[in-house]
Design a protein around this ligand. Structure first.
Ligand SMILES: [Cu+2]
Length: 294
């Protein structure tokens, strides 16, 4: 009797805790409400099954408790019961899996107008790289990493010269524009995670992983590393600021390009440089403003 009561209390307590708990997700700031919905469906299915199984157990403990003279009936097989259990379990597992497949389909299909943004994880800091006027990121190699070239951009690749390099500082993104985050690590496993964006992905040395999202709210969001990556893992914080288009361009105008970083004696805008080999962040921002993209 006491055990049946404890089982019922476990169910009531769990349900109350779920609905009354002050802990819930931080408000979403991206397009990935599909992920939230899928988790809510999972909560409902697993919650209902949990309550049903534990309450059934409580019922059995009470109903078939020991009484003098009672004997258990031996019934090793029940076709009807097995049929029902198979159907209900299959329906439950299907309902758990199908929403996830829809979300994954969206997750891996990046919109064609998404802008590439590279994130580089390193013990224990975040750096970023944005494509320059050409809209293309230059190739990179971890072996090319030096103090002047912290992200290992391959200097001979012309696509990389105008890339905007943001080393261990805040990343800014324009609100309402889809971005494809290209994830690279130059040492160990990391995982780029901004809770408000929901989407996240592991970063694996030697390969480029990715995910995409559209920031839907302006604001300042904290970046966490979601992969245990060494002693400083818990301190591996960064900041993503989602700006209006004007604020974003103003920030972009202050950034340095790869060419400027590696040729410090040639600072200034391309107009002052023979051959115009160096584009500044300012020029890239001006170009974007005229194109009206990103
Ligand atoms: Cu990390």
């Amino acid at each position: 009797m006491a055990i049946a009561l404890v089982l019922v209390l476990i169910v009531v307590g769990s349900v109350l805790f779920h609905f009354l708990s002050p802990w819930w997700w931080t408000p979403i700031a991206s397009n990935w409400d599909y992920i939230d919905n899928t988790i809510i469906i999972t909560f409902w299915i697993t919650g209902v099954v949990f309550a049903a199984v534990v309450l059934f157990m409580a019922y059995c403990v009470f109903r078939f408790r020991h009484r003098e003279g009672n004997r258990a009936a031996y019934e090793p097989e029940s076709k009807r019961l097995e049929w029902w259990l198979t159907v209900v379990t299959a329906a439950g597992v299907t309902a758990l899996l199908v929403p996830g497949l829809f979300v994954w389909n969206r997750f891996v299909n990046v919109p064609s107008d998404a802008t590439d943004v590279e994130v580089v994880g390193q013990q224990w800091q975040w750096s970023f790289r944005l494509p320059g006027k050409d809209g293309k990121l230059g190739t990179s190699d971890t072996r090319d990493v030096t103090p002047e070239n912290p992200l290992g951009v391959i200097a001979s690749d012309p696509n990389g010269q105008d890339d905007v390099v943001v080393e261990a500082a805040d990343l800014h993104l324009p609100v309402g524009k889809p971005v494809k985050m290209l994830l690279r690590s130059i040492d160990v496993l990391h995982d780029f995670y901004v809770p408000e964006f929901r989407a996240k992905m592991d970063m694996i040395p030697g390969s480029v992983t990715y995910f995409w999202f559209t920031p839907t709210k302006t604001g300042t969001f904290q970046v966490l590393c979601a992969e245990l990556c060494g002693q400083g893992h818990s301190l591996m914080h960064g900041v993503v600021m989602v700006d209006s288009q004007e604020d974003y361009l103003a920030w972009l105008g202050e950034q340095q390009t790869f060419a400027q970083l590696t040729a410090p004696e040639q600072t200034g805008s391309a107009d002052q440089i023979p051959g115009k080999t160096i584009a500044s962040g300012q020029e890239i921002a001006a170009e974007l403003e005229t194109v009206g993209s990103r």
